[in-house]
Design a protein around this ligand. Structure first.
Ligand code: AMP
Length: 576
């Protein structure tokens, strides 16, 4: 990005946020006037495009409500039953992939969004005179043909296929498109790391969409650096890489480079991998990857490898809409908020009662609660995001809970609170992702004296026996450079108790009354969460969009973790 481009981006952010209300109205007007004739909207608006009528008549929906329409399109009916613009394919989202219409606008909007979220990063972090490349790890998903001949893939894949993005690849990124489109995620990652290492002197950023992917890449490197070093030394790609397009791409740039291979060996051979990212990519200025929400559990480990490079969480986006950008990229991950861009979609907000937000009186039925417009949300309050866009989603609940942290001009800024759907529950109690995160954070501190760190966790509500109980799967790792003691069962039992003690009041009362049985921690072998990810990817989740589930719902996923359990521990007593 040239100086004038990023300055143009910053100027545009100011304009958009200043005129947020007017732009939102225009966005809605345009969506309604284009789509008023669709079968879906006609049913509610009878061909009219009035905002008040839209607010009164169009229902708030979830994916399940729209699924019958999407299924009809997938089975061959024309897409204008739901949206006017022709669709170019369908995108998938979420752990259990959902099909959604995708139009040519998606990739174009992304280009605009990218220009905006990158502008503050460039302002604060990149020396504009220092040309450099981004080692951004990207994974396209193979397309699957639906019965009507539409091609379904992930929304990130549609973005990678966009012409603007493809044109920028060779100049700005280290990964050639052949590696991004390689159908085998491990071969893809190997090759992307190889290209990133070959160009290590030029790399100014290391990143991926989510922080967890960057961490996975570093762990992959820990296991494969010797092969990569050998490839660089000899100028020949490992025979393990069988994808012909990757092999061709590599053959164009690889030549024997023993000096570079020696340098890499010296760095990787060090006992400690503390700060390895900065050592391997000496010109890197930052690490990019979303670090909020379910990703915050990865920040501590990533900081260890980063060597002090800032972790930048640039954007808040989903398959439904590109929503907000971080205009203060140097902000610590736990304080990051996202400024909503009013030109990306029409945004509404459903007030949500939250423990930090006791003041709100909620009606018993969410649907009766008035939705609030973007510019009218109140600082300190929590809301569930509702999106209307030009790809057939009208008043669609994304499932994310956000808290207003302030305003930039007239556009609100939100902190990500949690995914609404992720709750553990064995009776009437509800435990959110945030509740769990806080409790686990308290408990894992007890592992410090043993020299272990918690690298991954997830949860599961076990109701196979009565009363049901919470199960947490923990993957542990020995702290670097420390001589680890045995995993002391007494401490693990204490961890179980600490979690119970740190959970909310309802949980504790239910435990006391034996409505919930003792919480259990199942320690799993190292690599178990990688196996879980491989499984989700094999079932259709894109590696670029993979977010580890906070709570296990499928039996297969449960079996993957259960088959790798090395120890089970239970809380010894009720926390009240
Ligand atoms: P997908 O539907 O696979 O595109 O994933 C989108 C979801 O990822 C969002 O609805 C959020 O739950 C999560 N997500 C995206 N960006 C962020 C962010 N900056 N912080 C926390 N969670 C995020």
């Amino acid at each position: 990005m040239a100086t004038n481009e990023y300055e143009g981006g910053l100027k545009m952010i100011e304009e958009l946020t200043t005129n947020a209300e007017q732009i939102q109205d225009e966005v809605l007007r345009e969506i309604l006037s284009r789509n008023a004739g669709t079968e879906y909207l006609r049913g509610f608006l009878h061909g009219q495009t009035d905002k008040q009528l839209f607010k009164k008549n169009v229902p708030i929906v979830t994916y399940e409500d729209l699924k019958p329409y999407i299924d009809r399109i997938v089975n061959g009916e024309t897409s204008d039953i739901l949206l006017a613009e022709p669709i170019t394919g369908s995108g998938t989202s979420g752990g259990q992939p959902k099909l959604m219409p995708v139009t040519a606008q998606v990739a174009k909007k992304w280009e605009l969004f990218r220009g905006l979220y990158e502008s503050p990063v460039i302002k604060y972090l990149v020396d504009i005179n220092q040309a450099g490349k981004r080692m951004e790890l990207m994974f396209a998903r193979p397309e699957v043909e639906t019965p009507s001949g539409l091609m379904a893939t992930s929304v990130t894949t549609s973005i990678f296929k966009g012409s603007g993005f493809r044109a920028s690849l060779p100049k700005l990124y280290t990964s050639p498109s052949e590696t991004i489109f390689c159908p085998d995620p491990n071969q893809s990652l190997y090759c992307q790391l190889l290209f990133g290492l070959i160009q290590r002197e030029e790399v100014v950023m290391i990143g991926s969409f989510f922080a967890s992917t960057v961490l996975r890449a570093i762990k992959f490197l820990e296991n494969h650096w010797q092969e990569l070093r050998y490839d660089i030394k000899t100028g020949r790609l490992s025979h393990q890489i069988t994808d012909s397009r990757c092999r061709n791409a590599a053959s164009l740039v690889m030549k024997p480079n023993p000096e570079q291979a020696d340098l890499i060996e010296n760095i990787c051979n060090c006992k400690s991998w503390d700060g390895i990212i900065r050592k391997l990519w000496p010109k890197a200025r930052y690490i990019a990857g979303i670090c909020t929400g379910v990703m915050r559990q990865y920040t501590a480990e990533l900081e260890f490898y980063s060597g002090g490079l800032p972790l930048v969480s640039s954007l808040y986006a989903s398959s439904e809409a590109f929503c907000g950008i971080n205009i203060e990229p140097l902000c610590k991950p736990s304080y990051v908020s996202y400024t909503f861009l009013p030109n990306m979609a029409y945004f509404e907000f459903l007030p949500v009662k939250n423990e930090r937000d006791e003041s709100i009186e909620m009606k018993s039925n969410d649907e009766d609660t008035e939705l609030v417009d973007l510019v009218n949300v109140k600082p300190g309050r929590c809301y569930e995001l509702v999106v209307t866009n030009s790809t057939g989603l009208y008043r669609y609940k994304v499932g994310d809970v956000l808290m207003v942290s302030g305003f930039h001009n007239n556009a609100p800024q939100f902190q990500f609170v949690e995914r609404k759907s992720v709750v553990l529950s064995v009776d009437m109690e509800k435990t959110s992702e945030t509740d769990l995160f806080k409790a686990v954070t308290e408990a894992k501190a007890l592992l410090n004296p043993l020299g272990f760190i918690l690298t991954e966790y997830t949860s599961y509500a076990d109701t196979s026996s009565v009363p049901g109980h919470y199960v947490l799967f923990w993957e542990l790792k020995e702290k670097e450079g420390e001589h680890c003691k045995e995993l002391d069962p007494k401490i693990m039992v204490e961890c179980c108790f600490k979690i119970e003690e740190s959970l909310h009041y309802t949980y504790k009362i239910y435990r006391k009354r034996n409505i919930i049985a003792a919480l259990e921690i199942r320690v799993v072998k190292q690599g178990s969460f990688e196996a879980l990810m491989d499984y989700c990817v094999s079932k259709g989740t894109s590696l670029s969009q993979y977010k580890k589930p906070s709570c296990i719902k499928s039996e297969e996923a449960l079996n993957i973790l259960d088959s790798r359990v090395t120890g089970k521990y239970f809380s010894p007593k009720s926390p009240l």
